[in-house]
Design a protein around this ligand. Sequence first.
Ligand code: PGA
Length: 252
Amino acid sequence: MSIKDQKYLFANWKMYLDFDESNILANALAGEAKNFSPNIKMAIFPSALSFYNVSQVLHDVGICVGAQNVYWTEKGGYTGEISAQMYKSAGADYVLVGHSERRHLFHETNHDVRQKIEAALAVGLTPVVCVGETAEEKNNNQTEEVLETQLRAGFHNLSWPEKIKLIIAYEPVWAIGTNNACEPIKAEKKHELIKKMTTKLVPGVDPIILYGGSVGAENVSDYLKNPNIDGVLVGGSSAKLDSWMGIVDKVE
Ligand code: PGA
């Protein structure tokens, strides 16, 4: 099996599960893990509250974990924030950066996203950089321009560490949590474009591009059969054992 055959299945639990629910789901997943195919690269992104417990349970069975967000300063008087270094010390492998809910509900700017990418890289965490256009931008034919701006802000003049994979999630904002998934063939075209733009910004890297936005068992295969869709980032359908295992079974 070549590395190219590996499919990334990333689960963003958002703010869906409380402490007990997170532990129950993590333990259930750990129970299933021995049956997972080696061509699946799975990572779970629990809430900050449950992060440590979930990471202990999942690391034992070879499943990676990531943070949903980080702050860029290492330590100090930043009430309520958690730094990349803190997550790293609690076992994180990845961190989501610039998720559309962070950008749009919490007004995160492209500059903030850049600082978070740099903070993650500085401690050896792999950032999963989320990009995507809103419905309005799509309707105004601005998708390409928006992606270019987000990617440029994230990666321009950044020296990418050799040991860290460059992972981007293309998540059209209008497709997230709406059941209005982007047509797989249209997503593939965007992925091709994102790959081209990114390799221009960071020469010599081979970016991994995940699709996110209303992915479930019924459509996951339609995405993953495309050459430029290396995996999926799943929200709603990842926070319940049945629907997540439905996706895993399809990929296997
Ligand atoms: P969704 O969310 O699968 O619920 O659409 C995806 C995401 O926000 O990462």
